[in-house]
Design a protein around this ligand. Sequence first.
Ligand SMILES: Cc1cc2nc3c(=O)[nH]c(=O)nc-3n(C[C@H](O)[C@H](O)[C@H](O)COP(=O)(O)OP(=O)(O)OC[C@H]3O[C@@H](n4cnc5c(N)ncnc54)[C@H](O)[C@@H]3O)c2cc1C
Length: 318
Amino acid sequence: MKTSAFERMGSFSEKFSQQLRQLMGQRFQENVPLAAFTTYKTGGPARFFVEPTSAEEVLKLLTLAASEKVPTFILGGGSNLLVSDEGLAGLVIWTRRLKGITREETEVTAQAGVRLASLLKFCLKEQLGGLEFLTGIPGTVGGAAVTNAGLKTSWFSSRVKTVTVLTPEKQTTVGREEICFGYRYSSLTSTFVFSVQLQLLAEKPSLIHSRMVAFMRKRREKQPPPFGTAGSVFKNPPGHFAGELIERCGLKGYSLGGAQISPKHANIIVNTGQASSSEIWRLIQLVRERVKQQYNICLELEINCLGRFDESCGSGRR
Ligand SMILES: Cc1cc2nc3c(=O)[nH]c(=O)nc-3n(C[C@H](O)[C@H](O)[C@H](O)COP(=O)(O)OP(=O)(O)OC[C@H]3O[C@@H](n4cnc5c(N)ncnc54)[C@H](O)[C@@H]3O)c2cc1C
């Protein structure tokens, strides 16, 4: 008989929950439905859910979870996430209260939970350019660093100077050259990104603003409205566009339950209202099978899957 992830957590959960309550007070909750925290609006409950406000608190949480062998998941804006309907049998650390942002000369240091929209607003006010390509991406600084968010030719990593990361009992600041960044990839995945120092350019606000408007206009032309999506589902395979391959398989607009391949952009899956994560996941599998059959190309996921899915999605990033 299959046991649920929560059942597998066993009896240690009561002790762990008491320790978290002591550490976090009201910023600790149990069995929190995660659908409210993902842009897909799907996903089951987090067994333990915390909202730290400082690096010290995060360090304590990571250390405690490691010593109790409780799996840890990091949640930013939830805009690149498919969370299992079964939920997450572990500790979810939500970064939204880590929102400090400072400027020194042409450098800006932003904590993990700063929304990209707030970062852009700050930069515009401070007359610092270089990040406008992030306009319309609904993530946080931590999520953008880890996924190396951006467009085809402009990546978050291009502005990164240093990143401060946390692991159990340790805070380290690493230089850009020590981090491996690639297409929607970074070597930061096994750490907690606490803050990022960005190297920007002093520019006229009118110029920065006009670039932001242009990026937003282009996004609106090409993509469906942002509600119920997590952006591009698949990475573009070398020499191809994932959306084009999916469209040529005749799947544009195809629905499975409440999950639909966007009629506007075939590399985007939309929750049309009542989709479950499992329906989105099954639609992803169907797309992969069809593209493999027709073009012998294995599409790699751009979105991150957390929790258990049938087959190989597993936990963590793909
Ligand atoms: C409408 C829409 C448009 C989008 N357009 C784009 C686009 O043009 N380009 C693009 O690159 N992306 C795009 N995305 C995807 C997404 O917004 C980005 O990947 C974003 O950077 C994810 O940030 P987040 O805070 O939401 O991360 P989350 O979705 O919360 O998390 C993503 C991953 O990062 C990890 N993570 C989050 N914060 C931290 C941290 N502090 N430390 C360590 N790990 C962390 C999570 O555990 C997870 O594995 C789009 C999404 C939507 C909904």
